[in-house]
Design a protein around this ligand. Structure first.
Ligand SMILES: [Zn+2]
Length: 666
């Protein structure tokens, strides 16, 4: 059949949506695609257009014989509509990589369906963390609208640190210029550069990423931390220490702690200013105004203070106010400066660390400029937000003696306190895939928590979520991001239904066996234990880790039943090229998900052992097994780099779970 796609070529996002629709349809059924054709021979003409330029995403899909349309409330919604339609036709986008896509064959009759959708929330996004190649970020950006997301947050003025970690090969001593697995070569992007990654490299990579976002109409969030360092004259694109002593002028505007004005632990990004000093405020305001003026492409500019706590100024003037009152005063000044320059950029302000305590006196003068962002970084991920209980009172604020709330109700008290002072737009910035996910070895638990959390956002008075996360979070699969994206777009979606859909696509006929297996690993693991909460020696956790080892061990027969025997030549080649302990990399499986599951099983066996010994109080064994785990994942990174962030899992298992300290003690 001939399918003609008609659209306004001037709109780059809709043109991209049409290209995507044409490409996927031509892979699903025998057809010829005409882009903006005028011939009369087409069997189906589909028009792609918008009826307005609303902020809220919604679309209507109407397909019948001869004619059809995808009509969006804005250009991005047309693209969201295209991907939603493809999903309805059976396409699955289960990972941020085209090699995992599932594109079914369909007949013409399947095309003819009609429905409309409106997004449940306006803020649906993710924020870059971890270590990433340019290709990793581009794959992620490409994936976002396929799941219903509409935003991406590139932290700092340039996301230098997240790219540099990959290109400078942090936490992985090996290089792999010529590593070819038997089952296809390691991806071309899996080649960390030997020359140091520069800020200029990051600037040019950022331009490529932002252009990919613009092509998809994704909302760009920028900066966050870094303004305090910037006001002091530092570049602030990483949590880097500075050795140079501050000048007198710099000292004057820096927070005073124990009678001294200096960088906090040498890190500008973690240093607060003396916000009662008008020169500190002026410098801060100018830094933001200049940046916003130079970057009209930014939709949401995040204005955050230092990324550490108990380090606010103790001078006599600052003591007359609270950090949050000083923050609101600063935000009002920024708003006035932007308004004077006719800059419309939305500003995101942050409830985090001492700023969790609501302001006492100050209020935002122009609430429409602002978006509230609640960041419960210290929360537990063992359970979802509990809205059924009466909230405890907010503890009194004690300057430089705060402790962070881990309880879910305590966290909600702070949010509610702020909501009494501000009723504008808002979202949660949450951390399911920030650290906690490494404690969930099956990823079913953390996905369920994300689903339950999202379904409570409305009641919490929040308009969406940005997930602060590792982008390479696919061990054993990418269910968490899949659930988040789809549920943020449609809060009515059943979690169990999404799991079934995902596993059927990934694992085929044995999907229920895999659900049972990974659910069991999830039940036995602990996000809190991995996050360093509770004692390290813990007999009940030791028992659970032992059970994890047994479960993973026994699953080998199922995985092996999905292994495809190689021809002798290929087998020889595979076994010589791939590293030791390599069944997952050296053999073929009937889908890339089974191959990944085989790798994941080895990962669970090695990490599980290290955690078991730690929980059992056997520090030397824990340390040795953590080293064996790291050796293995470092060697295997070229084969599975899109699924596991070796930099980050090393940091979390080492510093947060505590395995590094044990190895130093042992
Ligand atoms: Zn001060």
């Amino acid at each position: 059949m001939i399918i003609q796609l008609n659209y306004d070529n001037e709109d780059a996002v809709i043109a991209f949506a049409a290209k995507e629709l044409g490409e996927y349809l031509s892979r699903m059924l025998p057809c010829t695609i005409q882009q903006n054709g005028s011939g009369s021979e087409a069997d189906l003409r589909i028009s792609l257009s918008t009826h307005s330029e609303e902020k809220h995403d919604q679309f209507r899909i109407h397909m019948q014989r001869r004619n059809g349309y995808i009509l969006g409330s804005n250009s991005r919604s047309v693209l969201l509509g295209v991907y939603h339609y493809l999903h309805t036709l059976g396409c699955r986008f289960p990972a941020p990589s085209k090699k995992y896509e599932i594109i079914p064959a369909i007949t013409e009759d399947c095309l003819y369906i009609s429905y409309a959708k409106s997004a449940s929330f306006d803020h649906r996004g993710a924020c870059i963390e971890g270590a990433n190649s340019l290709e990793n970020v581009l794959d992620f950006v490409d994936w976002l609208p396929k799941l219903g997301y509409n935003s991406f947050f590139l932290q700092f003025s340039v996301p230098y640190t997240f790219l540099a970690r990959w290109y400078n090969h942090e936490n992985n001593p090996y290089t792999w210029e010529n590593t070819d697995g038997a089952n296809g070569a390691a991806p071309a992007d899996a080649k960390p550069s030997k020359k140091p990654y520069t800020l200029e490299d990051a600037v040019s990579h950022t331009a490529v990423i932002e252009s990919a976002m613009a092509q998809r109409g994704l909302l760009l969030h920028k900066v966050g931390h870094g303004w305090t360092g910037k006001a002091l004259g530092f570049s602030s694109v990483a949590w880097q220490a500075e050795d140079r002593p501050l000048t007198a002028a710099q000292r004057e505007i820096t927070a005073q702690l124990h009678g001294v004005r200096d960088l906090f632990c040498h890190v500008p990004l973690n240093t607060n200013l003396c916000y009662s000093n008008p020169r500190a405020v002026d410098t801060f305001v100018k830094a933001v105004t200049d940046y916003a003026g130079e970057h009209p492409e930014v939709s949401c500019l995040h204005i955050w203070l230092a990324d550490d706590c108990n380090n606010v100024c103790e001078c006599d003037e600052c003591r007359k106010s609270t950090p949050s009152d000083q923050y609101i005063h600063l935000l009002n000044r920024i708003d006035e400066a932007l308004t004077a320059k006719h800059i419309q950029t939305k500003l995101v302000f942050l409830l985090y660390l001492e700023l969790l305590w609501p302001p006492v006196k100050e209020r935002l003068h122009n609430p429409d400029r602002f978006i509230l962002m609640f960041a419960p970084i210290s929360r537990t991920f063992e359970a979802s937000y509990d809205l059924s209980q009466k909230l405890p009172p907010i503890p009194p604020y004690r300057r430089n003696h705060i402790s962070l709330p881990s309880g879910l109700t305590e966290n909600l008290s702070f949010l509610q306190g702020w909501q009494k002072t501000f009723s504008g737009d808002s979202f949660v910035y949450d951390y399911h895939l920030g650290r906690a996910h490494y404690g969930d070895l099956g990823y079913v638990h953390i996905s369920r928590i994300a689903s339950e959390d999202i379904k409570k956002l409305r009641e919490m008075g929040l308009n969406g979520m940005i997930s602060c996360q590792e982008l390479r979070a696919g061990m054993p699969n990418w269910l968490p991001n899949y659930v988040m994206g789809h549920t943020l777009f449609d809060e009515e979606l059943s979690f169990d239904q999404l799991v079934k859909e995902y596993y059927q696509a990934a694992y085929g006929k044995d999907y229920q066996t895999v659900i049972d297996y990974l659910s069991k690993l999830s039940e036995l693991g602990s996000c809190d234990y991995m996050n360093g909460k509770g004692p390290r020696e813990n007999p009940s956790m030791a028992e659970r880790f032992q059970e994890i080892l047994k479960t993973a061990d026994e699953f080998l027969t199922v995985i092996d039943s999905h292994r495809i025997p190689l021809s002798q030549g290929a087998a020889d080649e595979g076994e010589t090229d791939a590293p030791a302990c390599n069944a997952c990399a050296a053999f073929q499986y009937d889908s890339p998900f089974w191959r990944l599951l085989s790798y994941h099983r080895q990962y669970v066996l090695l990490l599980g052992k290290a955690l078991y010994y730690m929980a059992n109080g056997e520090n030397r064994n824990a340390s040795q097994n953590w080293n064996a785990f790291r050796e293995y994942i470092c060697r295997m990174e070229p084969y599975f780099q899109e699924a596991l962030d070796v930099y980050r899992v090393t940091e979390i298992t080492g510093n947060h779970a505590g395995l590094k300290r044990l190895s130093q003690d042992a």
